[in-house]
Design a protein around this ligand. Sequence first.
Ligand SMILES: Cc1cc2nc3c(=O)[nH]c(=O)nc-3n(C[C@H](O)[C@H](O)[C@H](O)COP(=O)(O)OP(=O)(O)OC[C@H]3O[C@@H](n4cnc5c(N)ncnc54)[C@H](O)[C@@H]3O)c2cc1C
Length: 480
Amino acid sequence: MDDQHTEHAGPMDDDERAEFTAIVGERYALVDAVDIAPHLVERRGLYQGVTPLVLKPRTTAEVSRVLKLAHAKRRPVVPQGGNTGLVGGQIPFEQGNEIVLNLSRMDQVRAVDPVGNTMIAEAGVTLSRLQDEADRVERLFPLSLASEGTCQIGGNLATNAGGMQVLAYGNARHLCLGLEVVLADGRIWDGLRTLRKDNTGYDMRDLFIGSEGTIGVITAAALILAPRPAARATAFVGLNDLDQISRFFELVRSTSAGALTRFEILPRFGLELVLKHADDMRDPLEGPHPWYVIVEVSGAHDDGLAERQLMSVLERAAETAVVADATLAASQTQDDAFWAIRERLSEVQGLEGGSIKNDVAVPVADVPAFIRAATAKVAEVVPGSRPIPFGHFGDGNIHFNVSQPIDMDKDAFLARWDDVCGAVNEMVLGFGGTISAEHGIGRLKRHLLAEIKSPVEMEMMRAIKRTFDPLNILNPGKVV
Ligand SMILES: Cc1cc2nc3c(=O)[nH]c(=O)nc-3n(C[C@H](O)[C@H](O)[C@H](O)COP(=O)(O)OP(=O)(O)OC[C@H]3O[C@@H](n4cnc5c(N)ncnc54)[C@H](O)[C@@H]3O)c2cc1C
């Protein structure tokens, strides 16, 4: 869909603003520059949006009335959750005619069913609160992201978020049984089913998951709970070369009897940045190693099995020289400290100057070859740049981030964003991978979509967009 903004309502006058305001109440219709400012910038500072109005509805009925009115007026609407998205999908464009529809006030957990292992929650409930609600009934809601204190389940589903436990539990799509969605014209689809089996035609739920606010506004979701592991064992492991990571992964997976829950990698440079920029961090191992794995094995019972399993894998890996050094967390504090290194990794890159981000995936077996090829290619594009390929090895999902050369001007480096990403993407596609593994397309990668999808796939996507949003008022200019 080209020319996204031509048919839309222009500047908003006071009468129209009053009509929208009446739906949610004056207190929740933000117009003051100070109040709306946090809704117009995203984490990486790549986009600065403009809006005449931020609306914070409390109920599905209010969302429905807002969209009905927006549809009648051809007023474009940008759905927004916790505003942690990394591709700019939740930020309005600069021309200033789009409403921001923020779902934060829809924060009720409607039901928790420990027998069916399901939970129904509204779109604005934060991910960490959902985890707590599950924990209260001795269950696990296994979606886990470093942004979990702020991101919301509506945003998680709209982006089909991944994170660190996809390896064991799947991504947001796999954790959702049903949805409640408000369509572009204000109609409500109540698809909040908690059924495990339902073969009754096209799967509407799966269409909305990952649609990034472009074909409907998710107002509630029926979610899957998992049994809560009673024990977890974590090790911080040093390796001398990249190919050994594959061997170690294979070894852990084949000997942990399905109990492997996290397998994250980072290079030495990543650990060095954490040690340099984050407080209270220390290197868990004695000497430096080119690569590290943080690995977690979970157990259903608190009987020491998870720890024994992991210990025995580490011993075998050491005997065969697959790993160079390793330490098993001896306490919860140490466990937390290992994972804190991984969680601080994104933030410290920003403290080291310019950082160019890539969220990509290749087949798991190709991860080492991809990292090598992309590292060499990026060095050709910006000599002296410092790659930090890290992340979810077990899903083949690598955040191939690149920090600026030490002596280069930050803006000059960031001006090479497209060149660096282009080089990484070329390698990714060469390995049959994807240019967006878990962050989505949003605004940042929209221009690349037609390059990586076939004309048939692009036409199917555009047809879906036209069907659900014929006036193109839902997040125009994002994704398709
Ligand atoms: C420190 C950090 C770590 C992160 N780690 C990960 C990670 O490991 N894995 C991962 O996948 N992501 C990660 N992210 C990205 C981000 O947290 C996820 O994309 C998250 O799912 C976004 O949720 P949100 O509520 O913040 O959505 P927002 O940022 O508000 O919105 C994201 C997109 O969803 C749409 N949207 C939001 N709510 C709705 C709704 N109710 N209905 C329809 N559309 C909606 C928006 O229009 C936008 O296109 C990370 C981000 C940060 C800052």
